[in-house]
Design a binder for this molecule. Structure first.
Ligand code: DLL
Length: 433
């Protein structure tokens, strides 16, 4: 079923005409309202009226996460704060979050995209949606919530956590659609099992899972254990939140990008050259309808691929493949975006610590765990055990405060972390997903 037949199944030619018109308008708007863009376009010798075809998009400079950080918190907004009705944020590279804003019309756009998303994943007005994405600064909870209401479905705004209570509510309220991260879906499955509740007795038909990488194997496991069809959803705060792309229940094969709002490109992350369809590379998005916080050619760092072939569901929007990795070192630990450099900045504030550290990410049961191995100097290492323990604890506290993610810190003896000739190996990701 298709929420917005007119747009989602629009012939490519008509779609491209709309894209061009919207692109021209957003380029003119950012040029006249955001000093950052004006400077960048001027440096490239570009004026908004140089954009005469969709191919001209390539002439525009890229926008990087660092640019957002440099303009923290609201410097990239194109409207006065008076017109901003919502603010969300996600973690950034320095401990400062990436801040995004929405006008009332942006919230309407986002709600429509999430209504489309839910329907692509099998939801209708008659469904009850158990929304276990986190509510708060994270875009997941509220993004799904508004989409569910727009669709006219009933939404249970349960957010994440207190899993036993979630299972009880699933049993008593009989929701039919589950929305949460794939790792949390599996955890709910395990807790239900421990409580003696079989998902076959529940009423779920489909789940829409994303916000972190997962695999086809994980899909199979979720579908079997939770007795539902599992769809992949992709999005990022900088572009809108969830609602950038989603799989359709008919094919479950690639995520349709809502191209009437976002223009995707795939580039080679090193040379920045634009690559043809069906070639893997880094996803780049330009938002063409957002008002408060549009972005031009945003480098997502997510590695994917674009497939233009028609889909049996009837949507004409291009599909992106499952995200296969990142072109930077960002990790997603229990849903929180973490950069090794953030941890580095926390640990380097301590006296007696050497700039050698390693992050070990593992999965215990369904939960990601993060261990930070930190090398200390001789003086600290030969100190009393209780002093070392106190230092470990304060490091853990600071990491939790700065990044919002719990880590176990282990101080290790001088020279024990392996040195390499090339790039330091900072991360050991032992999770098998
Ligand atoms: O994770 C938005 C979202 C909420 C998406 C709910 C889907 C569902 P951020 O916190 O800004 O936004 O994190 C964005 O998460 O650049 C990817 O690296 C990763 N990511 C998101 N969805 C997927 C997915 C939300 N389906 C970052 N597969 C992105 C793999 C994903 N990675």
């Amino acid at each position: 079923m298709i929420y917005n037949e007119e747009y989602e199944t629009m012939p490519r030619e008509a779609l491209e005409a709309i894209q061009l018109r919207r692109l021209q308008s957003v380029v003119a708007r950012v040029y006249s309202t955001v000093p950052f863009y004006q400077k960048r376009f001027d440096e490239a010798g570009l004026k908004p009226d140089h954009i005469r075809s969709l191919d001209d998009l390539r002439k525009l400079p890229f926008t990087y996460k660092d640019n957002l950080r440099d303009n923290y918190p609201f410097g990239m907004f194109t409207v006065p704060m008076d017109n901003v009705v919502r603010i969300h944020a996600s973690s950034g590279t320095t401990g400062k979050p990436t801040v995004v804003g929405y006008t009332a019309r942006d919230i309407q756009t986002w709600s429509e995209l999430m209504a489309r998303t839910l329907m692509a994943g099998g939801a209708t007005k008659g469904d009850m949606i158990h929304n276990a994405y986190g509510y708060g600064l994270f875009t997941g909870g509220l993004g799904f919530h508004y989409g569910a209401e727009k669709l006219g479905a009933s939404v249970i705004p349960i957010s994440g956590g207190n899993t036993k209570r979630q299972v009880m509510i699933m049993k008593d309220f009989a929701p039919t659609i589950l929305t949460c991260t794939p790792s949390y879906a599996l955890m709910i499955g395990e807790v239900a099992e421990e409580m003696g509740i079989n998902f076959r007795e529940l009423h779920f038909k489909a789940g829409i899972f994303g916000a972190e990488p997962w695999s086809e194997q994980m899909r199979e496991e979720i579908e079997k254990k939770l007795n539902l069809k599992a769809m992949d959803i992709y999005g990022l705060s900088e572009i809108i939140g969830p609602g950038v792309s989603v799989e359709c229940i008919e094919a479950q094969n690639g995520l349709h990008i809502f191209e009437d709002h976002f223009i995707p490109e795939i580039i080679d992350p090193d040379t920045e050259e634009v690559l043809p369809y069906n070639t893997p590379g880094e996803l780049v998005f330009t938002t063409i309808t957002k008002e408060a916080f549009p972005v031009i050619r945003y480098r997502t760092r997510d590695i994917s691929i674009l497939h233009p072939e028609p889909c049996r569901c009837g949507r004409t929007m291009v599909r992106m493949g499952r995200v296969r990795g990142r072109s930077d070192d960002m990790l997603i630990i229990r849903g929180v975006n973490v950069f090794p450099s953030q941890i580095e900045s926390v640990i380097m504030e301590f006296d007696g610590i050497e700039p050698h550290y390693q992050l070990v990410v593992e999965r215990e049961g369904r939960l990601d765990t993060l261990t930070v191995m930190v090398e200390v100097n001789e003086r600290i290492f030969s100190d009393e055990v209780k002093n070392m323990q106190a230092m470990e604890q304060s490091l853990e506290k600071n990491i939790k405060e700065m990044l919002g993610v719990a880590a176990q810190v282990k101080l290790v003896e001088p020279k024990s972390i392996q040195r390499t000739e090339g790039k330091a190996v900072r991360v050991m990701d032992k999770r098998e997903i």
